[in-house]
Design a protein around this ligand. Sequence first.
Ligand SMILES: *[C@@H]1O[C@H](CO)[C@@H](O)[C@H](O)[C@H]1NC(C)=O
Ligand SMILES: *[C@@H]1O[C@H](CO)[C@@H](O)[C@H](O)[C@H]1NC(C)=O
Ligand SMILES: [Mg+2]
Length: 261
Amino acid sequence: MRLVVFFFLATIVATCNADCHIFQEGQIYLLRPRAGAAGHRLEGLDCLSWRLAVETNNLQSWRTVPMSCENYVGHYMLGKQYRHDCELVADAAIKYAKSLKLAGDSKDIWIFDIDETTLSNIPYYARSDVLFGALPYNSSRFNEWVAEAKAPAVPGALRLYGTLLSLGFKVVFLTGSREHVREARIANLKAVGYHTWEKLILKGDADKGLTALAYKSKRRTELVNAGYRILGNSGDQWSDILGDNNGNRTFKVPDPMYYIG
Ligand SMILES: *[C@@H]1O[C@H](CO)[C@@H](O)[C@H](O)[C@H]1NC(C)=O
Ligand SMILES: *[C@@H]1O[C@H](CO)[C@@H](O)[C@H](O)[C@H]1NC(C)=O
Ligand SMILES: [Mg+2]
């Protein structure tokens, strides 16, 4: 179950002027911070502390971005800090990957989650029709966006992906998306440059009712039982990187927008 509130983007887009471009032709552009809007201490809650607590998994099962941090989180996601943070995660993952000696039997794999790990859904949340009603997460609307297959790559993710392939890793995408969106996900992955993979695992009927953590653990265990060695595992949620057979090393990219348990 995924719980999202994106009021903050409404505020930001509504105040956007001519020198502020968000998501044109699949690109993420810098949003010029509005004076006063990016301050991280508002109404008594330190939003930087809140984001750190989220990223460290000290805050769990939170349902929405706190109202007083919407502007802060919006500026974080659309500005350079998010991109820098993601690029640094990619740097660390690449350094680790290069340090490994692969067996050369095509069983050394790297697992990637999809949403907010390899593909970014920010354009969906930046759409005016979703925004201006300040609507909470709506699965049918989100599925329409997924069907469009227009999500851009998360910063740093394609660089890591390309490096892994050149080093001889096999890549496995493991996503909470359902089987019925397989074709759209394939189209989207290919459109932004993820051109090959060993497996693309989506949530099927047999996974119904499982938490994200249980589902991902189960599918990773199947991979290990099939002889794969999970050397690296990248996700934006703790439920991507905790649990059984979670890999020799895990890498978490930031996501202060929503929590999936
Ligand atoms: C979700 O969006 C659809 C399509 O816009 C709409 O018909 C539906 O009422 C929305 N559902 C909720 C719970 O808001
Ligand atoms: C990965 O972890 C397994 C299990 O702990 C260990 O046997 C293996 O040597 C590790 N591989 C690398 C490359 O560190
Ligand atoms: Mg994700």
